[in-house]
Design a protein around this ligand. Structure first.
Ligand SMILES: CC(C)(COP(=O)(O)OP(=O)(O)OC[C@H]1O[C@@H](n2cnc3c(N)ncnc32)[C@H](O)[C@@H]1OP(=O)(O)O)[C@@H](O)C(=O)NCCC(=O)NCCS
Length: 407
């Protein structure tokens, strides 16, 4: 570990968040994430209420230097998530920041040493985050789990749409109507059976305006949210959170986006890979389409995770594997994983001749669903026989992690 002008690493103490550290933390977030914002305005923003608000399942750990908080890791529990229809308690990590003059002395590493056991204590079996830099979080056992798409084009590229869907669109203004959005969002799990969603952020998005619901009679069937930014005096329209209960409701979303985009130079549309945005444009080479998903996941409680999820009913064969998890040592051990009618039995067994040994990043890659275990094996990212990779793939098939959260 490198030295630091403020003293060496034993001059720091890791502590659970307390109200008296909150202003230090907000200042730190300002420098790390919002350096162009006005600090006083930032203090008034409602997300600052979430910091270590444990009544709402929001937690924070800080590193203290002479009683001043100089590094922070926050996380919240979300119980609204599902994997193949079964609820899974997830820890969403946010606010990872260290004061510039205290960086690179291992403070975030030391904070995670307390954060992971706390997540486990709180019953969270999986953790997710949106990384600034993928290799940084791989050090802590997180693997990329999400694929999402970003399309960018001039709105003149929209095809003319004859629109008579009979749907009525209206802008939501009351955060209490978040349930309408969540009802539609839940149906998006057809694009990937692992769904992460969070009521609080939908409520916040409604408060920020420009969130539209499309209804058929009184039934919510689709949604889309907008924001506008300026780049070199050009107006850019961002469209996201475009959910639709079935394909027939996608065209009305396109129609709304094209109407909203009339005065914009560019439309930037974030959506699931399968959302057929390009079908509604005139020249495909005028649409820049990029892979945009970056959410990473890590197992916090391997046994708890295996017991809470459903696996494909078609999986028949068990796997004998050894896990070595240096950050969450309670996960280390040898297990027999056995599929039983769509459920996964997970039993600790003697550490004799496992079919595969995985470290924390390896197990995260296997369960993340982004790449099939046979592909991971082919790429040399996991080390086992073809047969073992196929058995793992039956349990953990490629499967998108559907998440619209960024934090
Ligand atoms: C990213 C950040 C939080 C790291 O905090 P830190 O306290 O300096 O991190 P640590 O000293 O605990 O470093 C942990 C490991 O990551 C490495 N690391 C630290 N900063 C890194 C960076 N910016 N890029 C790549 N690796 C980095 C360290 O070398 C260390 O590796 P090692 O344990 O193998 O030696 C800090 O640089 C920061 O506040 N950045 C601005 C805000 C930000 O981007 N936050 C992340 C939001 S997702």
């Amino acid at each position: 570990m490198r030295g630091v002008s403020n003293g060496c690493c034993h001059m720091y103490k890791i502590s659970e968040g307390r109200p008296e550290y909150k202003d230090d933390v907000i200042r730190m977030f300002w420098k790390a994430f919002e350096p162009t914002a006005n600090l006083d305005e930032l203090r008034e923003e409602d997300w600052t209420d979430y910091w270590n608000n444990q009544e709402n399942d929001d937690f924070a750990y800080v590193a203290l230097h002479h009683d001043k908080a100089v590094a922070n890791v926050s996380f919240f529990a979300s119980t609204e998530n599902e994997i193949r229809g079964r609820p899974v308690k997830i820890a969403g990590v946010w606010g990872v920041a260290t004061e510039p003059n205290h960086r690179r002395v291992g403070l975030v590493r030391r904070i995670f040493q307390q954060v992971f056991p706390r997540m486990r204590e709180e019953g969270m079996v999986l953790s997710i985050l949106d990384p600034f830099y993928i290799p940084f979080y791989e050090k802590f056992g997180y693997a990329v789990a999400e694929s999402r798409t970003r399309h960018q084009f001039n709105p003149r590229e929209f095809r003319d749409i004859e629109e008579d869907s009979g749907l009525v669109s209206r802008e939501l203004t009351d955060p209490k109507e978040s349930d309408l959005i969540l009802e539609v969002e839940k149906t998006m799990s057809r694009f990937g059976s692992r769904l992460f969603h969070f009521k609080r952020s939908v409520e916040r998005a409604i408060k920020q305006n420009q969130f539209y619901i499309l209804e058929e009679g009184s039934e919510p069937v689709a949604s889309v949210r907008f924001s506008v930014s300026r780049k070199n005096s050009n107006r850019h329209l961002k469209a996201y959170l475009s959910y639709f209960k079935s394909c027939e409701y996608f065209r009305p979303i396109v129609n709304l986006v094209s109407q909203y985009a009339v005065n914009s130079e560019q439309v930037i549309w974030y959506c699931d890979n399968q959302a057929p945005v390009r079908l509604f444009t005139k020249h495909h080479d005028a649409v820049t389409t990029q892979e945009a998903g970056s959410m990473m996941m890590r197992v916090i409680d391997f046994e708890g995770y295996c017991r809470s999820i459903a696996v494909p009913e078609t999986a028949e064969k068990g796997v004998h594997l050894t896990v070595k998890d240096e950050h969450c040592d309670w996960n280390s051990g040898t297990y027999e994983l056995r599929p039983e009618g769509g459920r996964l039995e997970c039993e600790r067994v003697a550490p004799t001749s496992p079919e595969i040994k995985l470290d924390a990043l390896g197990i995260s890659r296997v369960i993340s669903g982004l790449n099939a275990p046979t592909t991971l094996r082919g790429l040399g990212l996991i080390d086992c026989s073809k047969q073992t990779a196929s058995k793992l793939e039956a349990l953990f098939p490629p499967d998108n992690f559907v998440s619209y959260e960024r934090f």
